[in-house]
Design a protein around this ligand. Structure first.
Ligand code: BG6
Length: 486
């Protein structure tokens, strides 16, 4: 349940890439729309030595770069920048935490802390916060991924956090939960009576979740090569999408009810271990190729060395419960794919008997496409009669019923996913944040897959940049008579 709004936001990693590209533009967008608490002060901190004026100038430059020009207004910008103060801090220094505490002032009046730093700094930061009196009952802590590299390291981080911040004041971020269509998925499922009776193995043949990216390594050599697609994308974003698609109806739209249902799904995922690794998973790494008509180098060339890290993964998952018995969930994600496109694709079963078959008119099964990116859009594909008379018989056509967000709600500005999450953090509503038991259930499933790969010696198959991954990914679904939706 929302509590009192925070009066101060303390942002660690304020000079880093995520802050510049996402967090500062999100805060600006909220401020411009009057959605930040009026007196909110923002204390920014990082290792860079700077002062308030210097930090405000670099923030102004980041806004110029990352906020669309039509949304930037000089008066909003000046008011926004005046909220900031900057304290250079080394998280191993208690003196620096003293200076931070001084800048923050009375933490009991509601303090939200956002850690957008490397997880290796989490332990020292949390200890420093506790030592400086910045962890009391009025303080909430948000943590950005990656929260560990496996179950054991994730537990260690969670334990370090839990020693100082109780779970109800810990806000683990998965920015996919801030995306508009992801929240809309809940409204589609539970705000309409028509889908729920069909939302099970009796009526659904399979589900696909695709998160395709055109970008490559983007200079994140150290991090990405140590992570790979499974840990970077599936462990968090894709499993969150899967749990929202598959969960039972929660009793309320509230943190406990929603997260209780999601974690049940995550715990019902059938393990993909050594015995299933080859049949249920495919990994790939991009070679040189072309994306959107431009040549791009191979992953190993971007990295500057050979590597066995996967930049593509496709999985065939099962949820072992009553609702989803026998329904495969195909997941795939990769870098340097032909288009940036993220979607959830639900393929319903066909009609039990087609009365039109004798008239030479094939009937396609219904499909529901929930598109997250690049445009947000929900589309239901239905059969309709093509208008007109014809001697040869009926002509049927698959027609889309569109709930096109940009058109239907054209007055609403498309927001950065972090905007929603920052508001919820400031107001203390954890519904769209990930609870410890969810993260750990996610890691448990992912660790088993990685152990399986290691046990059978699976290494990534090459694919050309600009293609949909290795051909084995196509075979993964084709074996079941299913094609990837593109
Ligand atoms: C991040 C991953 O969590 O999500 C990145 O670390 C990835 O590798 C990004 O590019 C994708 O987010 P979005 O919102 O652009 O789909």
């Amino acid at each position: 349940m929302p509590t009192e709004s925070a009066g101060c936001l303390l942002l660690f990693g304020a000079t880093g890439d995520l802050a510049q590209r996402m967090l500062l533009p999100s805060l600006y967008g909220l401020d411009a729309d009057g959605l930040l608490p009026p007196g909110l002060r923002i204390v920014a901190t990082g290792r860079r030595s700077d002062d308030d004026a210097g930090f405000r100038a670099s923030t102004a430059a980041a806004l110029e770069r990352f906020v669309p020009a039509e949304n930037l207004h000089a008066d909003h910008k000046a008011r926004f920048l005046s909220r900031f103060s900057y304290v250079a801090a080394d998280v191993s220094s208690s003196a620096d935490f003293g200076r931070l505490a001084h800048a923050v002032g009375a933490a009991e009046r509601g303090l939200a802390i956002f850690l957008s730093t490397a997880p290796s700094l989490f332990g020292a930061t949390i200890a420093g916060l506790a030592g400086a009196g910045l962890a009391g009952p009025g303080v909430r802590l948000a943590l950005e991924k990656p929260l560990g590299t496996d179950l054991a390291s994730s537990r260690a981080i969670n334990d370090a956090v839990a020693a100082v911040f109780p779970e109800q004041r810990t806000f683990r971020i998965d920015h996919y939960l801030g995306k508009e269509t992801v929240q809309n998925l809940l409204v589609l499922r539970f705000g309409n009576a028509m889908f729920e009776p069909l939302w099970n193995s009796t009526r659904i043949q399979h589900v696909q979740i695709t998160v395709a990216e055109t970008v490559g390594l983007e200079g994140r050599t150290g991090f990405y090569d140590g992570a790979g697609a499974l840990r970077d994308m599936v462990q968090n974003h894709m499993l969150q999408l899967l749990s929202l698609v598959a969960m039972e109806p929660p009793a309320q739209f509230g943190a406990a009810a929603v997260r209780d249902e999601k974690v049940k799904v995550l715990r019902s995922l059938r393990p993909i271990g050594r015995a299933e690794a080859s049949a249920c998973s495919v990994i790939g790494q991009y070679g040189a190729g072309a994306v959107a008509g431009s040549p791009v180098p191979a992953y190993a060339d971007e990295l500057g060395s050979g590597s066995t890290t996967e930049t593509f993964v496709a999985l065939k998952a099962h949820i072992d419960n009553w609702r989803w018995k026998g329904v495969p969930f195909y997941l795939r994600t990769g870098k340097r794919l032909p288009v940036r496109q993220s979607e959830i694709f639900i393929r319903f079963k066909g009609v039990p008997h087609s009365i039109f078959a004798s008239r030479g008119a094939p009937v396609q099964p219904n499909k529901l496409v929930i598109r997250l990116q690049p445009q947000e859009n929900i589309r239901l594909l239905m059969m309709a009669k093509q208008p007109g008379l014809s001697r040869e018989g009926l002509r049927l056509r698959e027609m889309p019923l569109d709930l096109g967000m940009p058109n239907a709600f054209s007055d609403a500005r498309r927001r950065i996913a972090y905007e929603r999450l920052i508001v919820d953090l400031l107001e203390g509503d954890p519904t769209l944040f990930v609870r410890r038991d969810e993260v750990e259930a996610q890691w448990e499933w992912i660790d088993a897959i990685r152990d399986g790969w290691a046990a059978v010696g699976m290494t990534p198959k090459p694919y050309a940049a600009g293609t949909w991954g290795p051909s084995a990914a196509i075979a993964l679904t084709e074996r079941d008579g299913v094609s990837w939706h593109e």
